[in-house]
Design a protein around this ligand. Sequence first.
Ligand SMILES: *Cc1c(COP(=O)(O)O)cnc(C)c1O
Length: 357
Amino acid sequence: MRLRDALATVPAYVPGQPPPQPEGLIPYKLSSNENPYPPLPGVLRAIEKAAGEVHRYPDASNRALIEAIAASLALPPDMIAVGPGSSGVLTQLVTALAGAGDEIVFAWRSFEMYPIMAGLAGATGVRVPLDADGRHQLDAMRAAITDRTRMLVLCTPNNPTGPAIHAGELTAFLDAVPASLPVIVDEAYAEFNRDPQAPDMLALLARYPNIVLCRTFSKAYGLAGLRVGYAIAHPVLAEAVRRTCAPFSVSIVAQAAAIASLAAADELTERVAALVAERERVIAALGAQGWQLPQTQANFVWFPLGERTGEFVRACEAQALAVRPFAGEGVRVTIGEVEANDRLIALAGRLAPTTTG
Ligand SMILES: *Cc1c(COP(=O)(O)O)cnc(C)c1O
C-alpha cells in the first residue's frame, strides 16, 4: 500500500483531553474552548425534530441555513458558504486555493489545524512568529509572501494566545498585500471580542474582496458536537468553498440546530456576555496575583509558562481541571463554569510568578 508522502510529515491533531477525576471534586473540561452551557430548549427541540428525518439525506445545498446566516448578517446568500465546522470550511479553502509546492502563510503559534491543512494538501506552511505579547506581526507576515504564496490565514482573536488584531494594522496590511491574494480571517471567537480597536470585518470585506471570514457555531453558539461553520466572502470565493465541500457533510440535525440558534441569537448573546464577564473576572484576579498574560479577547486565557508548563498542568489535574498544554510553551485554559474558573484562580494564585503583596 502506498500512502502519500504528505501523510508522514503532517502532525496529528491533538484534541482537548477529558478531565482527570480525583476523588471528591467535580471534574471540568477546560481544554477545548467549548461553551459550558448546554443547548437552549428551543435548539434541543429543533434537534429532536430533525432527528426524526435522518433516514433522508440533508439538503446538499444547505439552502435554508445559508439563507438564515445571510439574513442575520444582512448580506446576499451568494456570499455565504457552509461546511462541517469552520475547520471543514478552512480545509475547503485550502483545497480550492493551494496544492503541492504552494505556500500558506500563517502566524505561529496559532490554531494547530493550519499546519495540518497545509501539509495534507502538500503545501508548505510558512509560520511567522507572534510577538512577545502573543499578537500577529502583520509586517512580517506580509514580508513572508512569495510568488508561491496562495493564501494567508489570520486568526483573530488568536488561538491559543487570545489577542485580537486591530483595525489600523489590519487595513495597513490589506493595503500592502496583493489584491488577488486571499486573506482568510479565522474568527472562531469573534463573538467574544470586546477590543475597542477591533475592525468592523464586514465593512472591510466590502472594501477588500480578497478577505474570507471564517466563523463557527462551535464556540459562542455551543454546537461543537454538531459541526457547522461558514465562510463569508466575495461570491467567487464563496462558490469555491461550496464546490470543495464534501456532499452532505453538514447533517440534517446540524443544519436545523444552527438555524434554531440563529433564531435564538438574543438568548445566546446573553450567554456570551456572561462568559465575557467571567473572563474579565478571571483576568482581573490573575492580574492581581502578578500574572502578566496576553490580552485575551476569546473564551480562554493563555499562560506563557515555558519550562513551568508541566508543573501548572499537574496542579490543574490535581484540581480535576483538564487544560490544553503546549509542551515547553504554555497552557491554554478555557473560561468555563464559575466553579471551574474559581478553582483555576485559586491554583494560579499558588503558582503566580511574582508576589506583589
Ligand atoms: C475551534 C476553532 C475553529 C473551528 O472549530 P470548528 O468546530 O471546526 O468550527 C477554527 N479556528 C479556530 C482558531 C478555533 O479555535
